[in-house]
Design a protein around this ligand. Structure first.
Ligand SMILES: Cc1cc2nc3c(=O)[nH]c(=O)nc-3n(C[C@H](O)[C@H](O)[C@H](O)COP(=O)(O)OP(=O)(O)OC[C@H]3O[C@@H](n4cnc5c(N)ncnc54)[C@H](O)[C@@H]3O)c2cc1C
Length: 406
């Protein structure tokens, strides 16, 4: 089976689906290859930031988006040493929506896919795992993929690697990766949510323990942070011990921590922070986590992936996508936000998370956090950093009248 298209995107995550939608909207022929059979991915970023909501509004899709089941967080808080503190206030942001939308990633990706499919030049292949690149001399000319119906070859003017942190595209292209390092891993699990759970704290911190709790409709999506490799130690001490650890940091789940009935209920996510030296080569561009794997700190990875896609579409549609200079412009545009965000994440990993995880004494909110809690206007700064970030992108790629969906 063979296809030809102007663009072939490897990976149907936030970066790949948004870029596919924008290119198809501009009338470009685009094939997205996604290795999974659907978008169901429980243990990934669920946060849709105000700057991403701006992009959705610019596409004219905000009303439809807000009709999907979601939660709206107008602020962010934490519980440190049993003390509740407020750290971010989104209600003053200069954006369409002054809240963080919490929505399972599969709902968001299905939404993007549904709107992309409305354009005739868009094609999405599920269960198509990219296994190799095709080359014409030095130039990347397409990809080879494995599907249930056999091998698929897609030839394209530009291949985009949006296949995430373990990108096969960047590996096959021989792009150089700088590992910035992440001293933590995250154990993800669910606990049911009771009507009486009043906590708004997204993060809970006690000596040696950090637990993130994301509110979903009827359950909590929990992330227990451990030092890198710490899962094996924890597992060796038994499930009962792990349940006790969870209760120590979130006492209100004592009555339901037994829902963790085996280690199969706990999923380990290895955290990586890295960045490509060069995001492109002839015929190929990487964006999103494939270009720069993000730490979960701040929950900004989905937003960065979306912003990369918007910038890439703007630049590719305005220039010659086959020219290296155009691809270099995408990297130039997105490198600063990536570097600044990763630097902040690494700072927090080292100065806050590592210290908490290795600490034993009583934990108290540090002075900067106390000031945030005390002075409401200060909470606008972390809100801007998380909700908008460095260099937010706006949709400038065209809508091709001939292909506008009916
Ligand atoms: C534990 C953890 C928690 C996180 N929490 C948050 C959060 O709360 N908020 C947030 O914003 N970010 C969070 N992040 C980061 C966020 O998940 C990523 O930064 C974001 O998903 C990157 O989007 P992407 O499209 O670049 O890559 P991905 O989301 O990784 O998507 C890549 C896609 O490519 C597909 N794929 C991979 N290989 C192939 C192949 N060979 N062929 C075809 N398809 C392929 C994958 O199936 C996937 O669909 C978290 C990350 C981790 C590790």
């Amino acid at each position: 089976m063979n296809h030809e298209a102007e663009y072939c995107i490897a990976g149907g995550g936030p970066a790949g689906m948004m870029l596919g939608l924008l290119l198809a909207r501009a009338g470009r022929s685009v094939v997205v290859l996604e290795k999974h059979a659907d978008f169901f991915r429980d243990f990934r970023g669920d946060t849709i930031h105000p700057s991403t909501l701006d992009v959705i509004a610019e596409l004219g899709l905000l009303e439809a988006f807000l009709q999907l089941p979601h939660d709206e967080l107008t602020g962010m808080g934490a519980c440190i040493g049993g003390e509740g503190v407020r750290v971010a206030d989104f209600t003053h942001l200069p954006t369409h929506c002054r809240f963080l939308a919490i929505m399972p990633q599969w709902t968001f990706l299905n939404f993007l896919a549904e709107h992309a499919r409305a354009y005739p030049s868009f094609r999405l292949h599920l269960q198509a795992e990219v296994t190799d690149l095709l080359a014409d001399g030095k130039r990347i000319a397409g990809v080879r993929a494995r599907t249930p119906d056999g091998e698929l070859e897609v030839r394209a003017g530009l291949v985009v690697g949006a296949d995430g942190r373990s990108s096969i595209v960047r590996e096959r292209a021989g792009l150089i990766v700088h590992d910035i390092g992440a001293p933590i891993d995250v154990l993800w699990f669910r606990l049911s949510r009771a009507a009486s759970d009043e906590t708004e704290a997204l993060g809970r911190i006690e000596a040696g323990k950090i637990l993130v709790m994301i509110r979903r409709t009827d359950y909590w999506q929990c992330g227990f942070v451990v030092p890198k490799g710490g899962y094996d130690n924890l597992r060796a001490r038994g499930l009962e011990h792990f349940r006790d650890e969870v209760v120590a940091v979130a006492p209100f789940v004592r009555d339901r921590v037994g829902e963790l009935s085996s280690w199969d209920d706990v999923h380990v996510l290895t955290v990586k922070v890295d960045r490509l030296e060069r995001w492109y080569r002839e015929g190929l561009l990487c964006i999103g986590d494939a270009a720069h794997a993000m730490s979960p700190v701040g929950g900004v990875g989905v937003n960065l992936a979306i912003q990369d896609a918007v910038a890439a579409a703007n630049i590719l549609c305005a220039g010659d996508p086959t020219a290296e200079a155009t691809l270099a412009e995408v990297q130039r545009r997105r490198e600063l936000p990536t570097r600044v965000t990763q630097a902040l994440q690494v700072f927090i990993q080292r100065q806050v998370i590592e210290r908490v995880l290795s600490g034993t004494g009583r934990v108290k909110p540090p002075l900067p956090v106390r000031l945030l809690d005390r002075w409401a206007f200060l909470r606008r700064f972390p809100a801007y950093a998380v909700g908008v970030g460095v260099r937010p992108e706006h949709v400038r790629s065209p809508v091709a009248a001939a292909v506008a969906p009916v």
